[in-house]
Design a protein around this ligand. Structure first.
Ligand code: IFM
Length: 472
């Protein structure tokens, strides 16, 4: 177990060279539905993403979860690649529909896959970091109301029991949920993700039930793996007022921060929902779904908070041409909009590259929710990678992205933030949800026709950084 305290301060050398503290965890992440493929193998049942991807127009090019990166069959050689890169940890997610198809009885074949994966990782000297839920809800549960139904949180705890009782002796760190904001809001409010619902009331209920599921699963993990660090991963964004002197913009920033970040951080780390967004949430019945004892369950102590960082938001309280309505509008938050800073470069996903936002986010969490060890459990970028005839992917943009974000993470450590690790998203090119296979985030290029893997230049760069533990 290399979850050690951040005992040593970081070293900053003149000329910009930086090094990371001893024990810093270096990893890469994937998620089951995005890489495994083999959606019909060994008794796996349908998930909401299988159903959604089969819906005409839902996913770019009609792409589905097959073949993805065929990781279900190629995991051993993929672990070989991880080893060559020198990764210390691999963050993967477990597919609920493999482990308990249709949320019913445990499926031995599905469980054995994760058993083997964990063992082979340990054989390779790589820490297995397991996430229980990265969005692939069994469709059978969605047919009963999905996360909008309270009972789904209890089914999630049963599934957690199956996995934690089997792998609890070997997994190095657990996270219960990945990005519950996306699962709730993109899945149930704006319909961009599975299950494709556009019902804001269901989205708010889903957000609460996901967090309740987290709390119940924490209890299960504690019973089976009392000494293993456990927590949750949130997608967090620094939110700034477009015009800092405008009261309307400052208010819009407060509301977006509340609906995006604090809606999850506050119940998790303070045991309350943020009061200041009560008016925004009131029409959607949060009060009707929260029962006595829920907040205490959600606020069960965690050993780590995973932060997924991709970009920040600039918002205005006076929407106008050129600004984009966005996230909170799906749940009815009116009179605000997102502003694009066109001076910043963008990734292939259209996201602005904003490394300083990572430092800001880490510092804010450190200040507002002190005492929780932090890990960057995802950070990465899609670029239109080209595999050359020489068999190389010269992804200099991604190297620049990595360099700037690692420096930003280092700035936070130097300022006292207890940041203990960094996982690049993603190890492999994969199924990027509604974008299908069109966006490539991987350190390793995947040819989806042949399943040939080619480590990109960024993989070689990161590998060097890991071996030196520093950037020159
Ligand atoms: O691919 C996703 C991942 O599943 C969750 N976090 C963001 C990534 C890039 O969009």
């Amino acid at each position: 177990m290399s979850l050690q305290p951040n005992e040593a301060s970081t070293e900053t050398k003149p000329g910009g060279a930086i090094s990371f503290p001893p024990g810093f965890v270096w990893g890469a992440a994937t998620a089951a539905f995005q890489v495994e493929g083999a959606t019909a193998a060994d008794g796996r049942s349908e998930s909401i993403w299988d159903r959604f991807a089969a819906t005409p127009g839902a996913v770019v090019n009609g792409d589905t979860g097959d073949p993805a990166a065929d990781h279900y069959r190629r995991y051993e050689s993929d672990i070989g690649l991880m080893r060559e890169l020198g990764l210390g940890a691999y963050r993967f997610s477990i597919a609920w529909p493999r482990v308990r198809p249709d949320a019913g009885a445990p499926n031995a074949l599905g469980i054995e896959f994760y058993d083997r994966l964990v063992d082979r990782l340990l054989d390779a000297g790589i820490e297995p970091w397991a996430t229980l839920y990265h969005w692939d809800l069994p469709q059978a549960l969605e047919d009963k109301g999905g996360w909008a139904e309270r009972s789904t949180a209890y089914r999630f705890a049963e599934y957690a029991e199956t996995i934690a009782s089997r792998l609890g002796d070997r997994v190095a760190a657990w996270t219960t949920l990945n990005e519950p904001w996306c699962a709730a809001m993109l899945g149930y409010a704006n319909g961009l993700h599975a299950p494709g619902r556009t019902d804001p009331e269901a989205a708010v209920a889903a957000a609460h039930h996901l967090m309740l599921g987290h709390g119940l699963a924490m209890d299960v993990i504690r019973r089976h793996a009392p000494d293993t660090p456990a927590g949750i991963t949130l997608n967090l964004y620094p939110v700034v007022a477009s015009d800092p002197s405008s009261a309307a913009d400052a208010d819009a920033a407060r509301r977006v921060d509340g609906l995006q970040n604090r809606l999850f951080l506050d119940p998790l780390l303070n045991g309350t929902y943020p009061e200041d967004i009560a008016d925004d949430l009131e029409p959607f019945g949060l009060d009707h779904v929260v029962r006595d004892g829920d907040l205490a369950a959600i606020a069960a102590p965690i050993d780590l908070l995973g932060i997924n960082y991709y970009r920040g938001y600039e918002v205005t309280g006076t929407p106008r041409p050129g600004t984009e309505p966005g996230g909170p509008e799906w749940i009815g938050a009116r009179n605000l909009a997102f502003v694009s800073d066109n001076r910043l470069p963008r990734t292939d996903s259209g996201w602005q590259v904003q490394p300083d936002g990572l430092t800001t986010t880490l510092l804010q969490i450190h200040r507002d929710y002190p005492g929780v060890p932090l890990y960057i459990t995802e950070n990465g970028a899609s670029y239109p990678d080209v595999l050359s005839e020489q068999g190389e992917v010269n992804d200099h943009d991604r190297i620049a992205f990595l360099d700037s974000h690692l420096r930003a993470a280092h700035d936070a450590i130097a300022a006292g933030v207890d940041l203990r690790g960094y996982f690049y998203w993603s190890l492999l090119d994969n199924f990027e949800w509604a974008e299908g296979y069109a966006k490539r985030f991987g350190l390793i290029h995947v040819d989806y026709q042949t399943q040939r893997r080619t480590p990109k230049q960024s993989a070689n760069w990161l590998s060097r950084v890991i071996s030196l533990n520093s950037i020159g």
